[in-house]
Design a protein around this ligand. Structure first.
Ligand SMILES: Cc1ncc(COP(=O)(O)O)c(C=O)c1O
Length: 422
């Protein structure tokens, strides 16, 4: 697989290097110039999820690992189901929250753990990552108690749900968590600054587990093919609840490889940098605001350059495939209530995607909205808005009463870097 740094195209790496390094010089993201079409799409769409995903990843990494090895890694990583639920005749929901940490992040994090295990040649590696809520838990659980791997996770203090926090800040062992007095963009900035320091990178053998890391995106490509396998006739419209835009990037890669997806709707909350950019072509992130869909409270999404590169930076081309929509918290709650009427309980991130889809579908289009988290992960909001009680799944009941082991820190980059150098 040939990847280049989007900021410094001369910096070229293969898949293994991109996984281990995480990010390129000057914080440039590694990406592929053009993803090649799968030449046997019809056959691929008929396969079961594991076999199909193994073929897709083997194709994406250009045979850098043998098919049999990819197949083993995929079987170990994707050890949970991804049901499609029918909401009405035109709309269904792809549930991606049946993994260990009850969010779609389990796909990427578990596959990344397989890649790091396969590629790592150092005695000790540190995975440094920022989370807006769900990545933290997925990464922590995927790497928990793996010899030779330390995990450091930064998250915005008080800005993620209590149960999201409990899922990854109570593990201990090789998992260290830092509650940052700031927002997700601060956490992301601090992580990137640590990567900028050669000294820190070398001292810790740093790699990143954010959607910066290409292995996570490749894993996510697979579930778009699952939708396409159920609706292969080319009318599929997918609504993606978007924050850092990794999920949408994966969907676009799937489409470039030949998944029959007609178009995408990127739905954001009030952190609306991308929707505004699509209208006025000016990239001007506002200060991040807190919303009910906290994991999408991102105002400077790092994956956007990858999306632009998929369209050769041609915004007109991009607009033919992606439309965007912004939903306020009130609209989000309204969508949760509408779904409840249709016998479906959704948390805010999922409901945002539904809201964007309903208003946009036309003619014979078939819509799928992506459900990115289990409703119980946002139990306070769901119970409050829908006036119901929902049972706590085992994974959450187990951690609910445990002590939070996080270290609290300011959002000052130099402080954090000093701590890493100690
Ligand atoms: C529940 C949930 N929904 C949606 C998103 C947004 O996904 P992305 O950052 O890939 O756009 C996240 C990201 O953290 C999330 O945790």
């Amino acid at each position: 697989m040939k990847l280049h740094n989007l900021k410094i195209p001369e910096e070229q790496v293969n898949f293994k290097q991109a996984v281990i390094q995480g990010i390129g010089q000057q914080r440039g993201l590694f990406f592929v110039e053009k993803f090649q079409l799968l030449d046997n799409i019809d056959e691929i769409l008929k396969m079961d999820f594991i076999e199909r995903s193994s073929h897709i990843i083997h194709h994406l990494i250009d045979g850098e690992l043998a098919y049999e090895q990819v197949n083993k890694m995929v079987s170990r990583a994707f050890n949970f189901s991804l049901p499609i639920k029918h909401i009405d005749e035109k709309i269904c929901c792809l549930e991606l929250f049946h993994g260990k940490t009850l969010a779609f992040k389990d796909f990427g994090a578990r596959f990344m753990a397989q890649c790091v295990k396969a590629f790592n040649e150092e005695d000790e590696v540190t995975i440094l990552t920022a989370t807006s809520g769900d990545t933290g838990a997925a990464v922590a659980h995927a790497f928990y108690k793996i010899d030779g791997i330390k995990v450091k996770i930064l998250y915005p203090q008080g800005k993620i749900s209590n149960l999201q926090e409990k899922l990854f800040c109570t593990l201990g062992e090789n998992i260290e968590t830092y509650a940052i007095d700031g927002d997700f963009d601060d956490c992301q900035r601090m992580v990137k600054a640590a990567f900028d320091s050669d000294e820190i990178r070398k001292k810790h053998n740093l790699t990143s587990a954010n959607s910066i890391n290409i292995s996570r995106l490749l894993a996510q490509v697979c579930y778009y093919f699952e939708m396409a396998s159920q609706y292969p006739d080319g009318n599929l419209v997918v609504a993606v609840p978007s924050g850092n835009f990794g999920n949408l990037t994966a969907g676009l890669i799937a489409r470039q490889c030949g998944a029959p997806i007609k178009r995408f709707i990127a739905v954001t909350n009030a952190n609306d940098t991308v929707p505004r950019y699509l209208i006025n072509q000016v990239w001007s992130p506002n200060k991040t605001v807190e919303t009910a869909s906290n994991a999408m409270d991102v105002s400077d999404p790092s994956n956007w350059p990858r999306i632009m590169s998929l369209f050769d930076n041609d915004l007109d081309e991009l607009r033919q495939v992606i439309s965007a929509s912004i939903k306020t918290d009130e609209q989000t709650y309204h969508a949760m209530r509408q779904l409840q009427q249709l016998n479906y309980i959704a948390e805010p991130h999922t409901a945002i995607a539904y809201a964007g889809l309903v208003e946009s579908l036309t003619g014979d289009e078939q819509g799928v909205f992506i459900s990115t988290a289990h409703p119980a992960k946002f139990i306070e909001t769901v119970e409050n808005i829908l006036d119901i009680k929902i049972p706590l799944p085992k994974a959450l009941a187990k951690v609910k009463g445990l002590e939070n082991l996080s270290t609290t820190m300011t959002n000052d980059t130099s402080n954090f870097n000093k701590m890493l150098l100690k």
